[in-house]
Ligand binder design. Structure first.
Ligand code: NDP
Ligand code: 8X3
Length: 256
């Protein structure tokens, strides 16, 4: 079955080997879009291609931290995959939950290289084509961490604040075109996010979601799909979502 909002459109998804990106690849493909699913783990991409078995799915190994990897991807897209309509800028990660004074500088650099520089480079690579065709959707994965500080969120939250502001600034530059940009800002979602943050420590990751009906990857993909389905004259600038069982705490005060 194909949906009119998706059929004939080409989506490039970064980070399609798990979580939100993989769920979005499944939804877009089911709706009739052509999908370029990317990520670093080739074996995951091979498994996805085998399972979904569609000539509308193209898989490519991509490390968004590596400019030559992005250049190689963009230079080698066969028609019709070379006319990208939807950029799902999702590849990203948190590393560690240590206080800033104890955090790893290498972890900070990896988060900046992936969540900020990688996303910016992907956008710069895809945007000229969208503007030339005068159509397109850029969906950038930010986070509630962009707006709400929490202990140990230091650089991760800052990268997501960058994504949010970059998205809004893109809207300014794209005024006069039909290209839409949305910053999606989810709270707690049960994906591989926490296993990555805790560097493979599954027990620590499980504690994050214990007793909580967290959002699933497909919940977030459903929300993103609803944004894409909106009439072409409507732009959702930012969209924040959380599980009902997550909310805000009071300001912290040191009375020491
Ligand atoms: P996952 O860990 O499940 O997925 C992350 C994806 O990013 C993987 O497919 C991974 O693929 C890819 N990725 C990581 N680094 C790179 C890289 N250098 N180059 C290319 N791909 C890369 O996490 P989520 O699905 O939860 O996260 C997706 C996005 O959503 C992230 O940006 C995250 O910060 C954000 N987010 C997550 C929330 C959550 O609670 N889960 C909430 C709010 C935002 P591979 O390792 O194969 O390269
Ligand atoms: C992921 C959500 O709250 O762990 O961006 O930062 S959170």
């Amino acid at each position: 079955m194909t949906d009119t909002w998706a059929s004939g459109r080409v989506a490039l998804i970064t980070g399609a080997t798990s979580g939100f990106g993989e769920a979005m690849a499944r939804r877009l493909l089911a709706a009739g879009a052509h999908v370029i699913a990317t990520g670093r783990r080739a074996e995951r991409l091979t498994a996805l291609a085998a399972e979904l078995a569609s000539d509308r799915l193209l898989t490519r190994v991509l490390d968004v931290r590596d400019p030559s990897s992005i250049d190689a991807l963009m230079a080698d897209l066969p028609a019709p995959f070379d006319a990208i309509d939807i950029l799902y800028n999702n590849a990203g990660l948190a590393l560690g939950l240590n206080k800033a004074q104890e955090a790893s500088l290498d972890d900070w650099q990896t988060m900046i290289d992936t969540n900020v520089t990688g996303l910016v480079r992907m956008t710069r690579a895809v945007l000229p084509g969208m503007v030339a065709r005068n159509r397109g959707d850029v969906i950038n994965l930010s986070s509630v961490a962009a707006s709400y500080p929490y202990p140990g969120g230091n650089v991760y939250g800052a990268t997501k604040a960058f994504v949010r502001q970059f998205s809004l600034n893109l809207r300014s530059d794209l005024l006069g075109t039909k290209v839409r940009v949305t910053s999606i800002e989810p709270g707690m979602a049960d994906t591989e996010f926490s296993v990555v943050r805790f560097k493979g420590d599954q027990a620590s990751a499980d504690k994050v979601y214990a007793g909580v009906h967290a959002m699933s990857a497909d919940d977030v993909a459903l929300v993103c799909e609803s944004v894409l389905k909106l009439p072409a004259h409507i732009n959702v600038n930012t969209l924040e979502l959380m599980p009902v069982q997550q909310a805000f705490g009071p300001f912290a005060v040191d009375r020491g």
